[in-house]
Design a protein around this ligand. Structure first.
Ligand SMILES: [Fe+2]
Length: 400
């Protein structure tokens, strides 16, 4: 990593703790989604645009929320065209629908793609610009206008998008994913409703939960973490280590679902300040190049990046092991760090997550490294930076 990138990361470390990031007011528990909608109605809104995906609409998960609003004479327009990894075209379509319907509030219901898509649509709409112009950190842009009142109901326990200042958008033509980072995209209120998550199949529960764990772990080993992000990340990681496998094997378990939802939201609050790291930087490229789902890519890449990072963060990984009841009493930090990484591998195996990326090709290594370094260096405060050779060795391990 060059000197300019090091200075940028150091300046983020100095600046971020001084900034006041908004946090959404959060309803938690069975039927929390209905409580949130009642609050929205109570604000006197007359026109609400619901942003979601077609599948959720078909499953009937959004219907009770729409009915509650319509029964109190709130006019509802549903934009249900959200698809995985929302791109420019989708964002622009959403902006047009906002212009046509002129809502006085927006409610996103769904996984990370619905909430990220809604954030990009809202910010593009407010600033009347193409989403590509919103790329990167708001600190380096001209002042932006605020969005319409925004509310969110996540239906997966994963991205933490309901609590973060970031939205990931895809430039599909260039096969690149990038982040829009702006505190104006944080919802005013969110609802974490485990009842909306009980029907999630195990193959979604597993990768989304591992995405949340990645947020907690990367935030905790970040070199710009704060006392607040450390506490959030520790509690989140410990809760996920205990509850993810329960939610995976017993999807109807409301308690485990609720704890996972809260943990994912806490991890979101942690990484929105402390940032993520190489796991995400590499996983984003695997998503953009081969369409590997985000959480799955994170889950597979995580043990390898933690092995590489361990020499500079063993004490932090050991702390996560201690709080998660992993490892032997009296074990050294190095032993506990190993035990923590081993538990992640075991969790992956128990949830049938493979150890390699089946689509990965050696001829793409240079492209993946260029893009992962472009994302990470100067942006992510990781405990140990990689050289090109380090990254090559790591990618070799990910080959099928
Ligand atoms: Fe993530």
């Amino acid at each position: 990593m060059n000197l300019i990138s090091r200075i940028r990361v150091a300046s983020l470390g100095l600046t971020v703790p001084l900034l006041n990031f908004p946090k959404p007011f959060t309803f938690v528990g069975p039927d929390a989604s209905l409580s949130l909608v009642r609050e929205i109605i109570g604000f006197g809104v007359k026109r609400v645009m619901v942003i979601t995906d077609g599948q959720l609409l078909q499953l009937g998960i959004v219907n009770p929320l729409i009915e509650l609003m319509e029964n109190t004479n709130v006019q509802v327009e549903v934009f249900s065209e959200i698809e995985p990894d929302p791109g420019y075209e989708l964002v622009l379509k959403g902006v047009q629908r906002l212009k046509d319907f002129k809502p006085d509030a927006v409610l996103a219901v769904g996984g990370g793609s619905s909430i990220d898509g809604a954030k990009a649509i809202l910010l593009s709409h407010a600033n009347d610009c193409h989403p590509s112009r919103l790329r990167g950190i708001w600190l380096y842009s001209l002042p932006r206008k605020g969005c319409l009142p925004f509310f969110a109901i996540p239906t997966t326990a994963g991205t933490g998008a309901e609590a973060t200042i970031a939205a990931v958008v895809s430039d599909k033509a260039a096969q690149i994913k990038y982040a829009i980072i702006d505190p104006k995209t944080v919802p005013a209120m969110v609802a974490l409703d485990p009842k909306l998550m009980v029907s999630l199949p195990p193959f979604i529960t597993a990768p989304t939960g591992m995405d949340a764990l990645t947020h907690a772990v990367e935030a905790y080993i970040s070199t710009i973490s704060t006392t607040e992000t450390d506490e959030l990340a520790r509690m989140s990681a410990a809760s996920i280590m205990r509850n993810l496998i329960i939610a995976y094997t017993d999807g109807q378990n409301l308690e485990a679902r609720e704890r996972m939802a809260v943990a994912a939201c806490m991890a979101g609050l942690a990484f929105t300040r402390a940032g993520v790291g190489y796991i995400h930087a590499i996983a984003h490229q695997l998503g953009a190049l081969y369409h590997v789902p985000h959480g799955l890519a994170n889950a597979i890449v995580m043990p390898y990046v933690l092995e590489f990072s361990k020499p500079n963060c063993a004490h932090r990984l050991a702390e996560l092991a201690r709080i998660s009841d992993i490892g032997e009493n009296g074990a050294s930090d190095a032993e506990l760090a190993d035990a923590f990484i081993a538990r992640i591998r075991k969790l992956n195996a128990e949830m049938e997550i493979p150890e390699s990326i089946k689509e990965l090709k050696r001829e793409d290594f240079d492209k993946i490294i260029d893009r992962a370094f472009a994302e990470a260096h100067g942006t992510y405060a990781v405990p140990r930076y990689m050289t090109r050779d380090d990254a090559m060795v790591l990618l070799e391990k990910l080959l099928p």
